[in-house]
Design a protein around this ligand. Structure first.
Ligand code: NAD
Ligand code: ISE
Length: 348
């Protein structure tokens, strides 16, 4: 099997002029990609709530970009063909709606919106516009390991019956609270399993094991999320955001004829000091570094053609509906039903 994770330059000599809203951790990293790694794009606009943060990224990575006074001015600017939204989740909806109103392609980091209603408004605006403009930053769909896993799940292990998964972060900032385990962290699994299994969710439940001592009044850690799909597949995901030892993403799909595991990231095995050793990554930026490159190159190609591909606003909406149900399940002490309306033709 050959599944390459390569960057393909767009088939045009035009350059996409991108405005970046939110120049924090991932905004800076995506600006670096656009400015230094990928083909076909240049960063012409920057905006951050903190003027210093925008100025620092301008100085380090995009000296010819204009720093705008507001995100709205950036979106409206004739210097900006397409918009990259990397501000905090609660700000996404307004910026994405503004980009759609301006008819400009928009890459929005996850989550598309922090509530299902917010994501629904984006779906409605894009549907009214009539063509796709929005790509959501669900980069795992571009990860070579998940792509290899999907090929095996689709063709080699019979019908999938169960998925066992884990999403572990070594630690999280103090402001990370219990619901964030869902809409900040689990949201990656919520999206990637819809894509991997070609299925939608019908119910969710959350179980809290014994808490780690790194938990606090506003954070219960770890959590186990149980999802059920329309085809009857059962998924369990352990979210453990203070696991200490590393950044570890695990996924095993059990089918009726075999089982398949997500590959481990490539690393050197050492025999040393009377032990067999394999390093484990500690940062999500390194674990998915190539996927971010490929997803943004895909976005550039589609945006140059005036549209979007990859994970859609509908996928962002489906993830938001599921997230809302999981957050409800954190409180509900039982099973919460998930009801997704019919998918509009634009996203068929
Ligand atoms: P961050 O806090 O490091 O950066 C956010 C930046 O946005 C800050 O510089 C802040 O000043 C700025 N900001 C705040 N309010 C703003 C507003 N109203 N308008 C414009 N800018 C504003 O956060 P981050 O880790 O870079 O996360 C940003 C987004 O990216 C989040 O939605 C997060 O979930 C997502 N993210 C995705 C991944 C992934 O793996 N795909 C990884 C990390 C973060
Ligand atoms: C972060 O925002 C991400 O998106 C990372 O991929 C995830 O592992 C982490 O838990 C989130 O906080």
């Amino acid at each position: 099997m050959t599944i390459a994770q390569t960057i393909t330059a767009p088939a045009t000599t035009r350059t996409l002029r991108v405005g970046v809203i939110g120049t924090g951790m991932i905004g800076r990293d995506h600006t670096r990609r656009l400015a230094q790694v990928l083909a076909g794009a240049t960063v012409t606009g920057l905006y951050d709530y903190s003027a210093e943060a925008a100025a620092a990224v301008q100085a380090d990575l995009a000296p010819s970009a204009t720093v705008f006074a507001t995100g709205e001015e950036l979106i409206a600017s004739p210097e900006v063909d397409a918009v990259l939204v990397t501000s905090p989740g609660f700000t996404h909806e307004a910026y994405v709606l503004e980009a759609i109103a301006a008819g400009k392609p928009c890459f929005c980091e996850k989550p598309l919106a922090t509530t299902a209603e917010g994501a629904r408004r984006i779906v409605e605006a894009e549907t009214a516009h009539g063509t796709r403009l929005v790509q959501v930053g669900f980069m795992r769909r571009y990860d070579v390991g998940y792509r290899m896993l999907k090929e095996v799940v689709d063709s080699r292990i019979g019908q999938p019956l169960m998925v066992h998964a884990a999403h572990r972060n070594p630690s999280v900032p103090e402001q990370y609270v219990t619901p964030m385990a869902i809409h900040d962290t689990l949201i990656h699994e919520i999206d990637v399993f819809r894509w991997l299994l070609d299925d939608d969710y019908v119910s969710a439940q959350v179980i809290f094991p014994r808490a780690t001592s790194a938990s606090h009044a506003a954070l219960k850690d770890p959590q186990i999320i149980l999802l059920e799909t329309a085809k009857g597949i059962r998924i369990d995901v352990e979210v453990f955001v203070n696991c200490k030892y590393g950044y570890d993403i695990q996924c095993q799909v059990v089918g009726e004829e075999g089982l398949a595991n997500l590959p481990e990231p490539m690393s050197i095995t050492m025999r040393k000091d009377a032990s067999l050793q394999n390093p484990i990554l500690t940062d999500w930026k390194d674990r998915f570094v190539a996927s971010y490159d490929v997803e943004l190159q895909d976005w550039i190609a589609a945006a140059l053609a005036g549209t979007a591909s990859g994970p859609s606003a509908w996928d962002g909406y489906a993830a938001a509906v599921t997230s809302d149900a999981c957050v409800e399940a954190q409180e509900a002490d039982g099973i919460v039903k998930i009801d997704l309306p019919a998918r509009p033709a634009l996203y068929a």
